[in-house]
Design a protein around this ligand. Structure first.
Ligand SMILES: C[S@@+](CC[C@H](N)C(=O)[O-])C[C@H]1O[C@@H](n2cnc3c(N)ncnc32)[C@H](O)[C@@H]1O
Length: 368
């Protein structure tokens, strides 16, 4: 069961709203355009609201139609109704196109848009956001796993288009469709991992470890803080992690359950170094100690990771954000320029299916 809101928006000459007679006519003309979809509407109220704008409310037996009339000519209406089945649409795409045509004809407007129904408070949430704050609606049909771990809410949702998706604290991580994410992070084809010593920070879905093991590395150490992520991915995301999460110790890899930041500090004290360090942490990494501002925290992680690189050749590889987020990308680059060991950076990107956006990755090489 869910509520549904269908946004109906168009633009008219502002005089049609500011002039009281024309405003009345506009509403009188609008109601019959909407009624074929809502049933017969009764006027509940029409009022002026601050800013010289107006709101009107109508109701039929099963639906409400509210309209905000902005003094600048924007008319924003919403038809709202409730259904027992989340995917039962009372106003479908064809209805929307028909409404748009009628609005254009009736009001002579060039802008008229009817969006598909937004589902309100469904039991299974289908909405996520892109990194630049656009709404993404997934065709989620069931939640296959859900548990609050000591660190985060771990969910695996099944979608028709992307397979299972790992969702941590309501943010989408990796989906079964997202090999381009893992290959983008690896900068595959441009890097040679054969015989290399590699450290993965995070990476609990096992996809990066699985793909790296195919490249014959000397040894991969992966440190993830949350066993619930690894257990759930081992069971429900096997197409991305293969069998590498079945055992925490393999012939050329080991998985450590712990805070990657604490381990990096120990490794620095022990003078350990790696050919590659991968930052595959959550966008907001978990911290077992106070972390302060997010960018300071991210810089601290990059700072520790780059100190563990072999001078001259070692590379810190990390995922960043969608390519539309120029400011955040600049901030990332600023963090690299502020680390203690000098690095040169390179940026690549790959389209990641379930993110529905082009995703950026950095490769930072430690200078000699
Ligand atoms: C699932 S992976 C992959 C990130 C992902 N591809 C994305 O879209 O953000 C992220 C992992 O980072 C782990 N993680 C977060 N903070 C951590 C920390 N301080 N130490 C180790 N692992 C951490 C989480 O448990 C999670 O399994």
């Amino acid at each position: 069961m869910a509520g549904h809101s269908v946004p109906i928006d168009f633009r008219v000459n502002p005089a049609k709203i500011t002039n009281p007679v024309e405003r009345k006519t506009l509403l009188q003309d609008l109601v019959p355009v909407v009624e074929p979809f809502t049933g017969s509407l009764t006027e509940i109220s029409v009022s002026e609201v601050p800013g010289g704008n107006f709101v009107a409310l109508y109701a039929s037996d099963a639906m409400t139609f509210s309209v905000k009339l902005y003094a600048n000519g924007i008319v924003s209406g919403t038809v709202e109704y409730y259904t027992d089945q989340v995917n039962e649409h009372k106003i479908v795409n064809d209805d929307g196109r028909q409404l748009e045509r009628q609005l254009r004809e009736k009001f002579g407007c060039s802008v008229a848009k009817v969006l598909p129904a937004l589902k309100r408070a469904p039991v299974i949430n289908p909405y996520f956001t892109s990194s630049d704050d656009r709404i993404l609606e997934y065709d989620v049909d069931k939640i296959v796993f859900e548990k609050q771990s000591d660190f985060q809410k771990v969910q695996i949702c099944h979608t028709l288009s992307f397979g299972n998706i790992l969702v941590l604290d309501e943010l989408q991580n990796l989906a079964e469709s997202d090999l381009p994410y893992t290959h983008g992070l690896m900068n595959k084809e441009n890097e040679n991992f054969e015989g290399k010593e590699i450290l993965i920070l995070g990476g609990g879905d096992g996809a990066l470890l699985w793909e790296l093991l195919k490249e014959k590395p000397k040894f991969v150490t992966m440190i993830d803080i949350d066993e619930v992520v690894m257990d759930s991915c081992r069971k429900h995301m096997r197409s991305v992690c293969g069998d590498c999460l079945d055992n925490y110790d393999g012939p050329n890899y080991k998985i450590i359950v712990g805070d990657a930041i604490a381990y990096m500090k120990d490794y620095i004290e022990q003078n350990k170094s790696f050919d590659y360090v991968f930052g595959d942490l959550t966008d907001i990494p978990i911290s077992s100690s106070p972390r302060g501002e997010l960018w300071d925290f991210i810089r601290n992680i990059i700072n520790l990771g780059t100190k563990l690189l072999k001078p001259g050749t070692g590379k810190y590889m990390t995922h960043a954000i969608g390519s539309g987020c120029e400011n955040a990308l600049k901030m990332f680059e600023r963090q690299f320029s502020a680390v203690e060991v000098p690095v040169s950076i390179n940026r690549t990107s790959n389209f990641v299916p379930s993110f529905m956006e082009d995703w950026c990755f950095y490769q930072a090489t430690r200078k000699s």
